[in-house]
Design a protein around this ligand. Structure first.
Ligand code: 0WD
Ligand code: CA
Length: 408
């Protein structure tokens, strides 16, 4: 039925492998969402709006400011002149963040505490989560090979969702040397394509020597954005790689005239690397990636992605700019698209709207502080929800702040 979500309550036995632990079997039947049919067609979209931003420094300390924001600075001429920039340079001194440390939603929740202390207002929204999690859900109808588990908990009238890190670590493919190196190329590209301040505030030396410094993925800049789809209002935080030119100062935006409003999100850029395209197969792989770039950027309202194309050996060759809003059209029309995965942005959003609505209505609001598990098993057609006995994953400082100031 067009315009209505197709929800089903299905017991575990409905084609979904049973979880064999004793406690799980005593749970009431899990609820499930059929991915191939759950849709809310033409859901209303809210324009994303930044409400806060925060930075992790190179020691992973959190700051409620833009100190880790980077500025795009790389010319095609610089890339071509050198005959290709070696993205493997400095790989032996890469400072990689320990991604076995579970940070839950901490950075985001602490930034909300800081924001709410300043404004005296609760940040409204139905679901609060990382952008990366919503990207996963948005792409799910077209990307069913990888399983995941999410933890979800209602608190103070809002549903908080995190990725279950132990599950992720236990199920991720063992990383080989080549994929480690390829992921380094992505971080190296971010380093050589950006500078830490606007170019007129950087010395020539700072600009020219940036490629010689060691690369680290510890520091990050994140934007916290309010957005929404259908009846579900979202608060999502995600990493932003850099700004194209500058980030408007909120003080310059006091006018509140929408026509004069200089939206920070309009200045953001997503950076990615991809292999130079030489075959139909390369083109098809790239388009799969481009769809995910669209999903990720669209959710946060990031208007532009810059792709650095590199050789098989990791030499950067060319830069190409993509407007986020044009990506679904490019991918849909392409003759290279894999016939089994004809990516469709409109359909993906119809699924996401149904999925968010399902999460909001299926997990009982009255279950405050009860952690629910949202599961997706590889290649299955269902997302399932079931109760757990896990402790809440919300940062104690956030819980204390909200408990003391139960705000409307
Ligand atoms: O499982 C976890 N604990 C996750 C943590 C899953 C997803 C995100 N995060 C953390 C990130 O470290 C970050 O602090 O949440 C924050 C916001 O992330 P996001 O923007 O929601 O994440 P996503 O959209 O999945 O990824 C954006 C970027 C990636 O760049 P590319 O170009 O590949 O999209 O965030 C970075 C990564 O550079 N990133 C990470 N960097 C280091 N370690 C990680 C990680 N575990 N996850 C994402
Ligand atoms: Ca990136």
């Amino acid at each position: 039925m067009a315009g209505r979500p197709h929800f089903q309550s299905t017991p575990w036995t409905n084609g979904i492998p049973q979880v064999s632990s004793h406690t799980q079997r005593q749970q009431p039947p899990a609820l499930s969402l059929p991915i191939s049919s759950a849709r809310i067609h033409g859901p209303a979209m809210r324009q994303p709006r930044e409400v806060a931003s925060f930075s992790y420094d190179k020691f992973r300390n959190l700051h409620f400011d833009d100190s880790s924001l980077s500025y795009f600075y790389l010319l095609q001429d610089d890339v071509s002149a050198s005959g290709g920039i070696d993205l493997s340079a400095g790989y032996n001194v890469f400072k990689k963040r320990d991604d076995t440390i579970d940070e839950h939603l901490d950075g985001m929740l602490l930034s909300l505490v800081s924001l709410e202390k300043n404004t005296g207002k609760k940040t409204t929204g139905d679901i609060i989560t990382w952008r990366g999690i919503v990207t996963k859900l948005l792409c799910l109808p077209y990307s069913k090979n990888d399983g995941f588990e999410l933890n979800a908990v209602w608190f103070d009238g809002q549903l908080f969702i995190e990725e279950d890190l132990p599950y992720k670590l236990a199920t991720q493919r063992p990383s080989d040397q080549r994929s480690e190196l390829m992921s380094y190329w992505g971080y190296k590209f971010e380093q050589i394509a950006t500078i830490p301040k606007q170019w007129n505030e950087c010395s020539r030396q700072e600009i020219e020597s940036r490629g010689q410094k060691s690369v680290s993925n510890v520091a990050q800049y994140c934007s916290v954005v309010k957005t929404g789809l259908g009846d579900v209002r979202l608060v999502i935080a995600g990493e932003v790689d850099c700004v194209w030119d500058y980030k408007p100062d909120p003080k310059d935006n006091v006018d509140n005239d929408p026509k004069l409003f200089d939206n920070p999100l309009d200045h953001y850029v997503e950076l990615k690397t991809n292999r130079v395209i030489q075959s139909d197969r390369d083109a098809s792989t790239f388009e799969n990636k481009l769809f995910k770039v669209w999903a990720q950027s669209f959710l946060l309202g990031v208007p532009k992605a810059i792709i650095g194309f590199r050789t098989e050996q990791g030499y950067l060759q060319t830069l190409e700019e993509f407007e986020t809003q044009k990506i679904p059209g490019i991918v849909k029309k392409s003759k290279y698209s894999n016939p089994y995965t004809t990516w469709d942005g409109v359909d993906a959003l119809a699924f996401l709207a149904a999925c968010l609505q399902w999460l909001k209505t299926t997990i009982p609001r009255a279950d405050e502080n009860v952690v629910w598990k949202i599961r997706y098993l590889p290649r299955s057609d269902y997302l399932t929800a079931s109760k757990t006995a896990q402790q809440s994953f919300l940062h104690p400082e956030f819980v204390k702040w909200r408990s003391e100031h139960r705000m409307k």
